[in-house]
Structure formats: C-alpha cells, structure tokens
Design a protein around this ligand. Structure first.
Ligand code: AMP
Length: 365
C-alpha cells in the first residue's frame, strides 16, 4: 500500500520541518496539537485538542496511513489504541524507553553501550546513599519529562542536598555521576521497516544551561563515528525501529558515554536540511512511509545555531554568504527555541570564521 498521509502528534517546529520536507515527495502531513497557531499548523492542516485525547487521536489515525509524533512525552497508553487503526512509527516501545532515564540506561547497558554511573533516587535518604556510592560532583535529574536541561541540578557538595531537593526533589529521580567531557556529540540515523539503515555524520554540540546553542557537523573522528554507528544500530535493531533515531553522547577520555536517546528527528540534526543530500526530516518520512532511504552524504561543512528566547536581526544574518534562515513562527519567550540558522561552507576554516560572525549577532535569552 502506498503510504502518503502522515498524522503527527504535536505540531512544534519538528513537525513543521517534517511537513515541509513532505511536500516535494507528495506526502501530506496532518497534525494534532492544543494550539491552532502552533508552528506546524502554519504550514499544514491541524486537529486541535489535547495530545492524549482519545477521540482526536482516533480522528488523526483515521485520516492517516501512518502516525508519528514530534513530541516524545506522549503516554504510550494513549498511542496503543491507534495501533489497531493504523501504523504507529517509530514503535511505541522506543517512545516508552526514552521517556524514563532509568529504562533508557538499562537498555543501553543491556546493549553494551557505556553510560554514566547512576542510581535511582526517590527521597533524600536514597540521594545521600547515591552520593556516597557514586561520589561528587553529580547531576540529579527527573527521570521523566526532562528536556533541554529542565529538571536538573548539579551537586558539587553535600551542603547542596537541601537546595537540590528544594529545586526538583520528589519521587522518580536519577543521580548520575558528572561527566568531565571534552565534547558532546550526537548521531542521527534512520531505519526502514525492511531493516535498511543509514547514518548521518557526527555532530558536535555546544549546550548552555542544558539547552543546545550550536552544532558543527560533520565532526570528523573516525573512531568515535564508528562506535556511534554501532551503538545506534544496536538500539535500532533491538527495538525493531522504524524512523529517525538520535543518541546524544559525552566524549570522555576519547570514549563515548551515551547520555540519552530521542525517538524522533533531533535539533542536532537540523544542519542536514542544507548540509546533506537528504535531510533527517525527509528520511524520517521516507522510513515511516516505506520509501527507500536517501543518501546521508554531507555536502560541505556546516554550523547550526539556535535562536533562543529572541529572534536575531534577519537582515544582518542573511547578508552572510551560505546562511540559511529558519523562523518557526513562535511567540518569543525566554529560553524558547524560536528558529535556527545553518551555515554551509566548503571548508572547516570558512565555516568556523562564518560561525564566529554569526555568534556575534546572536543573543541567547
Ligand atoms: P540532558 O537533559 O540529559 O540532555 O542534559 C542536558 C545537558 O546537561 C547535557 O547536554 C549536558 O551538557 C549536561 N549534562 C547532563 N547530564 C550530565 C552529566 N551526567 N555530566 C555532565 N553534564 C551533564
């Protein structure tokens, strides 16, 4: 059966870029979101309602050949009934694993993918025990619903336990040993239902306050790239994955330590729109619509810079040669991802000097 109608739960910027990638392929996306003015609703039809509303989800599934999501925190139990109505891709199991940092780390460990030493924390006593066992510094995080550094507290001394507990204390936490990383990198790949898989070059990511500020790609390091591909492939195979999957890593003493996975297109893969033969958005659609996957070959050297909290001066940025501008159509709010730009250059030197120029014109708030 030809799959051309894609239902997407959540209509954020990821959904918007998926919809835009779908048009040239003859793929039409339809969304479900609370807001009729969400970024994707500006470019494609939308059903409005709560993301976990059973009737609206069923309506979306009824109008779609395949259902996917741009937000991974939707409850698996809300998606389960849709599996009787249509295809749900990526598989629900991937979504559920990625929603719980303990489950995610258990899967990585089972697949022999290194992770930071960690322990579950449910009260101050288990936090004290975790610190005694794993040492300081460490990061206390919520196991669920954490993203972009939200729900995290870095502990450097025992005296901070009270403050950490006041900030994010409660049940369902995880304490991780702090990783003294030299870099953060991520790998994005896609797998089809027939088991075909493709992998993008590594991206090196710089975060501020837990949120991605900018990425450079390809980040060339054969040894790390080989390991990242092997790890991503293991996860894809274990979950019988269909669609785009991302894993973020810390590089510690030249080795990869997996931090987390995202069962969807990823911010650190936005550079692929201009920087690769086939973007992550197109390959996600190709994968979930049973189409052959496209080449992930890089076309040059790129940098992707997020616009956070405030849109930069469009005219000044567009005057930079090789720059592509993306406005997600969102209302500014501190820390909110409002857009990004990508620089595509012929050499790392040109890319780096253009990136320096861009960074002078961006203010993250
Ligand atoms: P996360 O929400 O787990 O992706 O964390 C957001 C960011 O916080 C990461 O990209 C890192 O920059 C930082 N971070 C998270 N966990 C750790 C850790 N165990 N050690 C050092 N930095 C961390």
């Amino acid at each position: 059966m030809k799959l051309s109608r894609v239902g997407i739960v959540g209509a954020g910027q990821l959904g918007r870029m998926l919809a835009l990638a779908g048009y040239p392929l003859g793929i039409r996306c339809m969304f479900l979101d609370r807001s009729a003015t969400a970024p994707a609703a500006q470019v494609a039809p939308i059903l409005t309602g709560e993301l976990e509303d059973a009737a609206q989800l069923a309506a979306l599934a009824g109008a779609s050949d395949v259902v996917t999501f741009d937000w991974e925190n939707i409850a698996g139990s809300a998606l389960a009934p849709l599996e009787k109505l249509t295809k749900v891709r990526p598989p629900r199991a991937a979504l559920e694993v990625s929603q719980d940092r303990m489950a995610e780390k258990a899967l990585f460990s089972e697949l022999r993918i290194p992770v930071a030493a960690h322990a579950a924390v449910d009260d101050e006593e288990t936090l004290r025990r975790a610190i005694t066992k794993l040492g300081l510094p460490g990061v206390l995080k919520t196991r669920r619903l954490g993203y972009d550094g939200k729900g995290q507290f870095v502990l450097r001394s025992l005296a901070q336990i009270g403050a950490a507990w006041a900030a994010i204390g409660g049940r369902g936490l995880i304490y991780e040993k702090f990783q003294e990383f030299s870099r953060e990198v991520s790998i994005v790949g896609a797998r089809s239902a027939t088991g075909q898989s493709v992998f993008y070059p590594l991206s090196a990511n710089t975060h501020g306050g837990g949120i991605l500020h900018y990425s450079i790609a390809p980040f060339v390091n054969r040894k790390l790239e080989r390991a990242a591909r092997i790890y991503l492939k293991r996860v894809m195979q274990a979950l019988d994955y269909v669609g785009v999957l991302t894993i973020e890593f810390f590089v510690v003493k030249g080795r990869l330590i997996a931090n987390e996975m995202a069962p969807r297109v990823h911010n650190s893969g936005h550079w692929t729109i201009e920087g690769c033969v086939t973007s992550q958005f197109e390959n996600h659609l190709r994968a979930i619509c049973d189409l052959p996957l496209g080449s992930t070959r890089a076309l040059g050297h790129t940098a992707m810079v997020n616009f956070l909290g405030k849109m930069p001066d469009r005219e000044l940025l567009l005057a930079i040669d090789g720059l592509a501008f993306h406005d997600y159509g969102k209302e500014p709010r501190p820390g909110r991802k409002l857009g990004h730009c990508t620089l595509l250059k012929g050499s790392t030197m040109e890319r780096n000097s253009a990136l320096t120029k861009v960074l002078k014109l961006i203010e993250w708030s």
